[in-house]
Design a binder for this molecule. Structure first.
Ligand code: MN
Length: 196
């Protein structure tokens, strides 16, 4: 869907507190679509017996994937946990791996969890009013550690593409969990098992 004229310019509305747009299209990601990504699969299944919560949604504008254009939109990541692991986005590499991305935090607090193909990891704390620069070569996933939605505005090169598969198979080396009432970065149990 493409309601915007990428060749002559356009205006679009985004609420700076909620991230909601009246004109852009929204896509929702529910817990059932993220099965296997949270390490506590038992608790994930338990939640799913009762409900299938929306973990996050994003507003996108159907930007043509061509060099020179800029894709942009908002992500609304809801608060919550599966087991003790905070709700997060799936995370992805860009298909053109050496393309960066900017995220401006409109509201809430969390982490941008990043990892490159060599296994270098960065967990960047982020809060309202800050901008996270996701460097070239790093996959990226947002994590909401607060008790209200984490609202992000993003922009990236329109022809960067999304690669979910690479990071979906084993997940990130680092995950963000609640420990003693606070957010803590720990080694993913899944990677630990693989190394034993
Ligand atoms: Mn991205």
């Amino acid at each position: 869907m493409n309601n915007f004229n990428w060749d002559s310019g356009f205006l679009v509305d985004f609420d700076t507190t909620t991230g909601v747009s009246k004109t852009a299209k929204t896509t929702q990601r529910r817990l059932s679509q993220m099965k296997g990504m949270f390490y506590d699969e038992k608790h994930t299944d338990k939640i799913l017996e009762k409900e299938d919560p929306v973990i996050y949604e994003f507003y996108e504008l159907g930007c043509p994937e061509r060099a020179g254009d800029l894709a942009f939109g908002t992500t609304i990541l809801y608060p919550g946990k599966a087991g003790n692991e905070y709700y997060m986005t799936k995370g992805h590499f860009h298909t053109k791996i050496d393309t960066a991305e900017v995220y401006y935090i409109l509201d809430g607090e969390g982490y941008m969890v990043m990892e490159n193909l060599k296994g270098d990891t960065v967990e960047m704390p982020m809060a309202k009013g800050q901008v996270v620069y996701v460097p070239r070569g790093y996959s990226h996933r947002a994590v909401n550690i607060g008790d209200k939605p984490l609202i992000l505005f993003f922009t990236f090169a329109a022809d960067a593409g999304h690669d979910y598969g690479t990071i979906e198979t084993k997940g990130y080396h680092k995950i963000v969990v609640e420990k003693d009432g606070k957010a803590a970065i720990i080694d993913s149990p899944r990677w630990k098992e693989a190394e034993v």
